[in-house]
Design a protein around this ligand. Structure first.
Ligand code: GRF
Length: 225
């Protein structure tokens, strides 16, 4: 495989992983997924990886075996580690070895709505309870603290008046599937600096706003002229 060697850690269904696998098929993508590692043997992400012919490994859930995780990443020659729905804290030894080369996708606009216990529907419930009118995924650099490292890129997604945690999660997830591959492609082109440049206010011409944004905005009353 030519290009950036990516390792993905995932605990869940793996739709974010799938967005990377799909994007990596483009000969211009500049990256490939070499290994998918999960703390759950039944993770859908592993099934997706297996289907794509990618090496799959399961590690202990308690994070107490950093040596094995380091060995797997080393064997894969990982240059970028992507947490795509990985629900465990990455052991500090691994954060240290891959400092600045590990990124995570979170389904809300950090630094709000993050931290320990803020995953899955809890994140979206908290957004709805706050009255925020905008949510959206964040891709950030991973450090020793949950959802804490430097923000690389975000994708604003409107919160609709009638949203439930499920409808908001689904809308944010659609944006995740655009944002995550965009960040990894940019990283393959020019490292963290290129990924950071995606965070410009207009988000750059490479990404078009999905139609769902218009649909979601429709229920809000328009301001009178
Ligand atoms: C995503 O919402 C991501 O932001 C969060 O975990 C979820 C993973 O979804 N970190 P999937 O397993 O990739 O479908």
């Amino acid at each position: 495989m030519a290009g950036l060697r990516v390792a993905v850690l995932a605990s869940g269904g793996g739709s974010d992983l799938q967005s990377l696998l799909d994007a990596s098929r483009d000969p211009e993508a500049g990256f490939g997924v070499l290994i998918v590692i999960s703390n759950r043997p039944d993770a859908g992400a592993l099934a997706r990886a297996r289907g794509a012919g990618i090496r799959c490994e399961v590690i202990r859930s308690d994070g107490q075996d950093p040596g094995r995780l380091l060995a797997l990443l080393g064997e894969a020659g990982a240059e970028l580690v992507v947490l795509a729905g990985y629900l465990k804290l990455v052991p500090p030894e691994v954060v240290k070895a891959y400092r600045g080369r590990t990124i995570n996708i979170h389904p809300a606009l950090l630094p709000a709505f993050g931290g320990p216990g803020m995953f899955g529907r809890r994140v979206h419930e908290a957004v709805l309870a706050s009255g925020a009118r905008v949510s959206g995924p964040t891709v950030h650099v991973v450090d020793e603290v949950y959802d804490h490292g430097r923000v690389l890129a975000q994708w604003p997604v409107p919160v609709a008046r009638e949203d439930t945690a499920e409808t908001l999660a689904a809308r944010v997830l659609e944006a995740e599937h655009l944002l995550l591959p965009a960040v990894v492609r940019a990283w393959a082109r020019g490292g963290a600096a290129a990924a950071l440049s995606l965070a410009a206010p207009a988000f750059g011409p490479a990404l078009s706003l999905p139609r769902i944004l218009d649909d979601a905005l429709a229920p809000w009353p328009r301001p009178s002229p």
